[in-house]
Design a protein around this ligand. Structure first.
Ligand code: CP
Length: 305
């Protein structure tokens, strides 16, 4: 239920399939019959814009039927449990459920108790596998490869499922990963995953091929991990000046949503090296690929309109 358990070959298969899906997104009529007769439910216990909308669009572009459930607007708000909710969706004949839940391991737990395919759309601070897949897809599209590159992930590593999924996946693909941020936001034993730890922003950014800014996740921080947002920004904020002086050619990524002016400035977001909108577009292609591989059967079948 996370990229920690995926092989390089499995990751590559999704990225290659996503390239075919990207072609579909470029058409006037973005509709193919690949998943006609299949059904996909999104079940989100935490807020989302990108992940939920892109999974829904991905399913619809391939002609699957979709249903969308959120915790606040379903019987979850009346106290229905996660598994009872899952079994209710299953009883309606749904083939795959895309789950976002605040508890690490929740997707795996659910998968053990349902016949539906379960896709992890973020489980607490554990993993966000489809985000890392779309990040790698974007880099492959922009730079031609992932292998041999150095990725610097800057910010709130401790609370970031995006960081964790990228750490596992990039290293599997033969890339180097640095995590950059204040010691309070970097888990003490993270070097055991093979990453390089940098508490100093300049050292972290220098010679990196890709810089990924992360949102400061105040909603997951039970206590203060730095004196103030202003101080965090002064030490670790990604500004055009810093990037120009240290590493002007690096590709800039951010999973979104962005705290503009905190971890990254408007100027960096608008710079030609920033690929934030491409990440969002590629998220649809990657999620189409994943749903297709789970529900659609053979390679190359059903892509034509
Ligand atoms: N990157 C990401 O997961 O964004 P959402 O929370 O908007 O889905």
């Amino acid at each position: 239920m996370g990229l920690k358990d995926w092989s390089k070959e499995e990751i590559t298969e999704v990225l290659d399939t996503a390239a075919a899906m990207k072609d579909i997104l470029g058409r006037d009529v973005k509709k193919v019959p690949a998943l006609r007769g299949r059904s996909v439910a999104t079940l989100f216990y935490e807020p989302s814009t990108r992940t939920r909308a892109s999974f829904e669009l991905a399913a619809k572009y391939m002609s699957a039927d979709t249903v969308s459930l959120t915790a606040s607007a379903s019987s979850i708000a009346k106290g229905e449990s996660l598994l009872d909710t899952i079994w209710t969706i299953e009883a309606m004949g749904v083939d795959a459920v895309v789950l976002r839940h605040p508890v690490p391991g929740s997707s795996l737990q659910v998968a053990l108790h349902t016949r539906m395919h379960v896709v992890n759309a973020g489980d607490g601070a554990h993993e966000h596998p489809t985000q890392a897949l779309l990040d790698m897809y974007t880099v492959r599209e922009k730079l031609g490869k992932v292998e041999g590159l150095t990725l610097a992930i800057v910010g709130d590593i401790a609370h970031s499922r995006v960081a964790r999924s990228n750490i596992w996946a990039w290293q599997k693909m033969g890339a180097k990963v640095r995590v950059v941020g204040p010691p309070t936001l970097i888990p003490v034993d993270i070097d055991q995953t093979g990453v390089q730890v940098c508490w100093d922003l300049e050292a972290g950014l220098r010679s990196a091929d890709v810089i990924m800014g992360l949102r400061i996740q105040l909603e997951r921080q039970a206590r203060g991990f730095f004196p103030s947002l202003a101080e965090y920004t002064s030490f670790y904020g990604l500004t055009a000046e810093t990037i120009q002086s240290l590493n002007p050619s690096a590709l800039i990524l951010h999973p979104g949503p962005v705290n503009r002016g905190v971890e990254i400035t408007d100027e960096v977001l608008a710079s030609p090296n920033a690929a934030i909108n491409e990440q969002v577009t590629n998220g649809v292609a990657v999620r189409m690929a994943l749903l297709y591989l789970l529900l659609g059967g053979g390679k190359g079948d059903g892509f034509a309109s």
